[in-house]
Write a protein that binds this ligand. Structure first.
Ligand code: SF4
Length: 338
């Protein structure tokens, strides 16, 4: 059941996005070995996405599909090789890191490594305020204690060190640090996958509560489809650097169109908790991204592959609530969507 129904996914086309990616690509040169030189690896390949104010856009895909590279570009830690990222209609390409981080903040997977062990909780949470100089020094402690309260921690934790806290408490501190700057957009990169199962739902419910209280917008990156279904209003599915399907959460989970999305959802039904997308059972393994297949890059693994798929890239087809990249849905083929 989706717990974030505030967004009407059918009517999003008329709403201005708070964040937009237009044909964003990023290529890395990867060494092939001592005598073989370097080859390009397209980690993100012409991705276009819109994120609307107040929504949770889930981003799912197997390890190595480009999710984290995409997040790094949104956070200003990597520059796109091509394409544009816009925040409220303004291209961020000329912005410095301070401008970007005043609008976008991350919550990472591992609260053990994302907090400095030598800094107290109070120092960690107030650091962004000191860097951005948005709050006077004398007022910072009060604000930090308010943030601690908002994430469900007592004010006495102000002087504690990360090693004195549990994993769940550390992630609450990381959330407080991300939100103390009052960002508009939060990139949640697998924020619960390093935590005990018993703590995961508490953190997810906290994120949802804070989103609604503070009118935040989340890009929620996860390999756990059950978590995405719980939180997201829309979902984008990534495969080998491209978004191959994007649509409303309810439709995508009840009627997935792309054969890869269908396989991902089947993998959720396997009774092996915590395995998530790593269980995708598609015969052929994940292809080498340095040497991607021709045509539709999913074709060696696709149970519905056709001749055309081996030579021609399907490109993007608009559907009612988003888009899909698959030849099956072209006019001349059997699953044409009218
Ligand atoms: Fe499968 Fe062809 Fe669709 Fe690619 S384009 S997902 S190979 S049916």
């Amino acid at each position: 059941m989706n717990f974030n129904p505030a967004i009407d996914t059918q009517n999003l086309s008329s709403v201005k996005p708070i964040m937009e990616l237009r044909n964003v690509s990023r290529t890395f040169m990867v060494s092939q070995g001592v005598f073989r030189g370097k080859k390009p690896l397209k980690a993100v390949n012409e991705v276009s996405l819109k994120v609307h104010r107040g929504e949770v856009l889930g981003l799912v895909g197997e390890s190595g599909c480009g999710k984290t590279t995409l997040a790094m570009m949104l956070l200003g830690l990597l520059t796109p090789g091509q394409g544009e990222i816009l925040i409220e209609d303004q291209a961020v390409s000329g912005w410095n890191l301070l401008e970007i981080t005043s609008r976008i903040q991350p919550i990472f997977q591992d609260p053990y490594s994302s907090l400095n062990p030598r800094k107290t909780v109070g120092q960690s949470i107030s650091l962004p305020l000191a860097i951005h100089k948005t709050v006077q020094k004398k007022d910072r402690r009060q604000l930090v204690e308010k943030m601690l309260e908002a994430v469900g921690l007592p004010g006495r934790f102000y002087n504690s060190y990360p090693n004195q806290l549990s994993g769940g408490q550390r992630q609450r501190v990381a959330i407080a640090r991300a939100l103390v700057m009052k960002p508009q957009i939060v990139i949640c990169d697998e924020p619960t996958s390093a935590l005990d199962v018993s703590v995961q739902s508490q953190i997810l419910n906290l994120l949802l509560k804070l989103k609604n209280q503070l009118n935040l917008t989340y890009l929620f990156i996860s390999h756990n489809l059950a978590v995405v279904e719980h939180l997201a209003s829309r979902v984008a599915v990534m495969y080998l650097g491209r978004v191959v399907e994007e649509g409303g959460c309810e439709r995508l989970f009840s009627k997935p169109l792309h054969p890869y999305t269908q396989a991902l959802l089947k993998s959720v039904l396997l009774p092996e908790p915590g395995q998530g997308i790593s269980n995708v059972n598609l015969g052929a393994g994940f292809p080498n991204p340095i040497d991607p297949p021709t045509g539709c890059t999913f074709h060696p693994r696709c149970p519905q592959v056709m001749d055309i798929c081996r030579t021609q890239s399907p490109g993007s087809l608009s559907i009612e609530d988003g888009y899909v990249e698959c030849h099956l849905y072209r006019k001349e083929n059997k699953n044409y969507l009218n």
